[in-house]
Design a protein around this ligand. Structure first.
Ligand code: GLU
Length: 412
């Protein structure tokens, strides 16, 4: 089963409950445009390497295509397609006026020098510039891309569009028209969902425990925000190491360690015990947050989960059979299309600010973010409890309803 099969299965499960009909179902499962390009890159030593890049535009019934761009060796057609469709549902769940898209380059960015990385990004823009734009398709950071990547994209795109247009990408550095609060937004949203789920279960937030897989942008900001509320991070892991600390990690210090490490990993953080992925997923914690790559929560892993709440920081971390198992076990699973929607929500704020040429204070961004996510939370949980649906199915139903209605209104 690929990530695409998984995403389709979640969609179909909800669509059949709603009885949307085969026309709308066909429309909503077919991407509008799929672009695959070969990016030739001159390496520092003079060799030429060629990397495959993708941009998939899934749906724009509710607004311009929107979604991240990842640099990862496993990026391929199926993965980017699945992730593009998740963006369509995500933007609809939180009610921001965007569709869904996703891009990627099949590359291990840790093998490239900073110069090579910049040239790769610019060459990729040369290949896709005609399908992106502030009213057309707006990329953003995702796995292994960041504000610097977005700065290069905006700059290179400006060479084609007749001037620097900040609204072509979001997640830019503040100095070049980025938004306050964008960097931490996805992790903050994940933390909000963890807090609300604990509160709904009647469990205390202060003193709760959490295990987080992935300590990049999403995992580290989720940990730091939860830490402010007294939640203890007791297990953490990434591509290079798994660590445990029953007393709780200092999330700020751990984030500083990762930022300074050449491997961008928690590896070598002092004062921790060695752990493993198996131990992290099976940890006796209140909250489990997969915040790395997709497909990690398999049936076998799901069987071992002891957390009461699982919040999907990553996109597509849970395979459908594992999701059923977790729901049957009574684990509250907050799905990616709600849990990690904080990032794209503040991307929307960034794009609005770019359009208005007027910039907001961080407090305003954070307040608006919480308000939008809380509203989406209430709608998803309200529908779920009314019809006895798990949160993922409820979120898909809400999203499909919004996108289906927009598509019908605009006409096929
Ligand atoms: N890559 C993030 C996501 O998967 C953010 C996308 C965006 O801001 O457009 O939601």
């Amino acid at each position: 089963m690929s990530h695409l099969d998984d995403a389709l299965e979640y969609f179909t499960h909800a669509a059949r409950i709603m009885d949307v009909g085969s026309n709308i179902e066909k429309l909503l499962t077919t991407p509008v445009r799929q672009l695959k390009v070969e990016v030739a890159l001159k390496m520092d030593d003079g060799r030429v390497e060629v990397f495959t890049g993708y941009r998939v535009q899934h749906n724009s019934a509710r607004g311009p295509f929107k979604g991240g761009l990842r640099y990862h060796p496993q990026a391929d057609d199926a993965e980017v397609n699945a992730l593009a469709s998740l963006m369509t549902w995500k933007t609809a769940v939180v009610g921001i006026p965007f569709g869904g898209g996703k891009g990627g380059v099949a590359v291990d960015p840790f093998q490239l020098s900073p110069g090579e990385l910049e040239r790769l990004t610019r060459r990729f823009v040369d290949q896709i510039h005609f399908v992106i734009g502030p009213s057309l398709d707006i990329p953003a950071p995702d796995v292994n891309t960041n504000s610097q990547t977005m700065a290069w994209i905006a700059d290179q795109y400006g060479k084609y569009s007749g001037g620097f247009e900040p609204g072509v990408v979001t997640g830019k550095p503040i100095q070049i028209n980025g938004s306050q609060g964008r960097e931490e937004a996805t992790g903050r949203g994940v933390a909000f969902c963890a807090r609300w789920a604990l509160e709904d279960l009647g469990l205390p937030v202060d003193g709760a425990t959490v295990a987080i897989q992935g300590f990049g942008n999403v995992g580290s900001w989720a940990a730091r925000t939860l830490g402010e509320w007294g939640v203890r991070l007791v297990q953490v892991g990434d591509h290079a190491a798994y660590l445990a600390n029953p007393e709780g990690f200092d999330a700020e210090a751990l984030a500083a360690h990762v930022a300074a490490s050449p491997e961008r990993s928690v590896k070598g953080f002092p004062g921790a015990d060695a752990s493993s992925a198996e131990e992290l997923f099976a940890a006796d914690v209140d909250v489990l947050i997969p915040a790395a790559l997709g497909g990690v929560i398999t049936e076998q892993v799901a069987r071992s989960v002891r957390a009461k709440v699982m919040v999907e920081g990553a996109n597509g971390p849970t395979v459908p059979a594992a999701h059923r198992l977790l729901v049957d076990k009574g684990v509250t699973v907050i799905p990616d299309i709600l849990a990690n929607a904080g990032g794209v929500t503040v991307s929307y704020f960034e794009w609005v600010q770019n359009t208005q040429r007027y910039y907001w204070e961080k407090e305003e961004v954070n307040q608006r973010l919480e308000r939008i996510l809380r509203k989406a939370w209430d709608r998803v949980m309200g529908l779920g409890s009314k019809h006895k649906l798990d949160p993922r199915t409820a979120a898909f139903i809400l999203a499909i309803r919004e996108v289906g209605t927009a598509a019908s209104l605009r006409g096929i």
